[in-house]
Ligand binder design. Sequence first.
Ligand SMILES: [Zn+2]
Length: 155
Amino acid sequence: MQITSKQEENKRTIRVPPPSSAAALRRMQAAKPKDTVPEITLRSAIHRRGLRYRVDTKPLNELNRRADIVFRSAKVAVFVDGCFWHGCPIHSTQAKANAEFWHAKIKQNQERDVDTNKRLAEAGWKVIRVWEHEDPEEASNKIYEIVKKRAEQTS
Ligand SMILES: [Zn+2]
């Protein structure tokens, strides 16, 4: 079964019980929203600080991975990682039904995250990963500092 990266990124499904079959999973993912609450909150906090960015876009044209918030000129890519899908150390609740399937899925996501970080770093990008549980104000402060510093360096 193929799951696209955007589907992997679905952060709202952590609140619903895991599906008991592949068909149920597909149905669940088909109905998912594009933007999640943690993403939107973080974006508006960054926007208030005067930074402008692109949303849900590929930092590198040749690499088929989308970041949630992209600062092109500063080469900073922000990923808002869902606690369930990316295996947050604090909230990694283990699904009881189909535990093996979910474990493998989350592991696959984590490996992909590591690979994405590596490829972007090799291309001169700074990757910032924010857990969905993190305070948006604190996260936006961190992002602001990094983007500003890198913008100064490149200008
Ligand atoms: Zn978490």
